[in-house]
Ligand binder design. Structure first.
Ligand SMILES: *Cc1c(COP(=O)(O)O)cnc(C)c1O
Length: 398
């Protein structure tokens, strides 16, 4: 198929075909897993073609692998990016991207609602190398603009965020960044390329934890960064030195997961909205956070910027810690565990898991109350998910 024709395909077709030559080794229909660490030269002429004449080919596993290359091309296509690097985890994508951009004496800006480990990396590790970090409250665009200095290199944020699904106005972010000539980075993991298109709004670099929706089966860890070729090239180069490589078998599983990615996300968008409405109407529920519920503080930005609300629904029960534990312990189908975007519906209880080492006062200051839950709907039937929640809520009251 011509490139031009391929460009006109829809997201589901591209999720199956993009970024891959039509003819595979041995005419296999699936992408071969090139389980090799090295690629051989037939003779000295081939070495010369590679070194002197810059012929593109594979040489050593850390510098590239055909299965990895196809995964990178497919993800670039789905995000609408010129180029993409696939790495061993979402954190590897974030840290490698940041390190490729900064040098001693630089200043960076990050919003306070960011992923815990991203914040820790910016706040603690970068400081050791003389990189100053300002953390601004999410949603305070004046504070954000006010924090920019002459040595500010980039602004990093997420949209939507975890666990309250706050939505960043990406157009406004782009305007602010342009006024000061700084680079913009968005962790778009919770949105996916189906529900949000940051690059089309002018954002410079997008990162994903491909562990979540992109792979989609709770079976691998992977990460990706996408953007313009000139910004991706130094990230790829640093990646080859850092060595946080993803292995070819993981790339295969990522490509396999991607084939159903658009269908899965559309289904999860539908299910999550129904579950959010059910919870909002339930007498034992105090509050629900979902970007496409009219009650969400960023509903209007979400409506404008997002095609769907995604699979994460956060809610607060009425009652206290005992009711919360009884509810969690009464679930029959839904698993208790971190992550989201996979086939299985998962629930987490931030107060006893991610914030177990905070005092109750510290947690409450952040809004992490005893009865807060983050639900990540999977691919099960919506009626079964709702029935499981309803049954557990009933048993929690007793
Ligand atoms: C999970 C997650 C990460 C980290 O990704 P890993 O693949 O676990 O390293 C980063 N950002 C967000 C928003 C995430 O949900």
């Amino acid at each position: 198929m011509s490139t031009e024709k391929k460009d006109r395909l829809g997201m589901s077709s591209r999720a199956v075909h993009a970024g891959e030559p039509r003819n595979h080794y041995a005419d296999a229909i699936t992408t071969p897993i090139f389980q090799t660490s090295t690629f051989v030269f037939r003779n000295s002429d081939e070495i010369e073609e590679y070194t002197k004449h810059k012929k593109e080919r594979f040489e050593y596993g850390r510098y590239g692998n055909p299965t990895e290359l196809i995964a990178q091309n497919r993800l670039a296509d789905l995000e609408g990016a010129e180029d993409c690097v696939v790495l061993s985890s979402g954190m590897m994508a974030i840290t490698t991207t940041i390190l490729s951009l900064v040098r001693t004496g630089d200043h960076i800006v990050i919003t306070d609602d960011s992923y815990k480990k991203t914040l820790e990396f910016c706040r603690s590790y970068l400081k050791r190398f003389g990189i100053e970090c300002t953390i601004v409250p999410f949603g305070d665009y004046d504070a954000l603009e006010g924090s920019i200095k002459s040595n500010t290199r980039f602004i990093f944020s997420e949209s939507p965020t975890n666990p309250y699904l706050n939505v960043f106005d990406l157009k406004l972010l782009k305007e602010i960044a342009d006024r000061h000539g700084v680079i913009t980075l968005i962790d778009s993991t919770i949105a996916t390329p189906i529900n949000q298109r940051p690059l089309e709004l002018g954002i410079d670099l997008v990162t994903h934890s491909a562990t979540k929706y992109l792979a989609g089966h709770n079976d691998i860890l992977a990460g990706a960064v996408m953007g313009r070729k000139d910004l991706i090239a130094p990230i790829r180069n640093l990646h080859k030195s850092m060595g946080g490589l993803i292995d070819p078998h993981c790339c295969y599983l990522l490509l396999r997961g991607l084939k159903t990615f658009p269908m899965r996300v559309e289904r999860q968008n539908d299910t999550a909205l129904q579950v959010a409405r059910f919870l909002e109407g339930h007498p034992d529920i105090q509050r629900v956070y979902y970007p496409l519920l009219e009650s969400h503080q960023h509903y209007s930005i979400a409506r404008e910027q997002m095609k769907g609300g995604g699979c994460v629904v956060t809610f607060e029960m009425k009652g206290g810690i005992d009711e919360a534990k009884r509810f969690m312990d009464s679930l029959e189908m839904i698993f208790i565990g971190p992550s989201f975007g996979g086939a299985e519906t998962l629930i987490t209880h931030p107060a006893t898991v991610s914030y177990y080492d905070y005092t109750r006062e510290e947690r409450y200051e952040l809004g992490i109350i005893d009865t807060l839950f983050r639900l990540a709907v999977g691919l099960e039937d919506v009626d079964d998910i709702i029935a499981d929640l309803q049954g557990a809520l009933e048993r929690a009251r007793r």
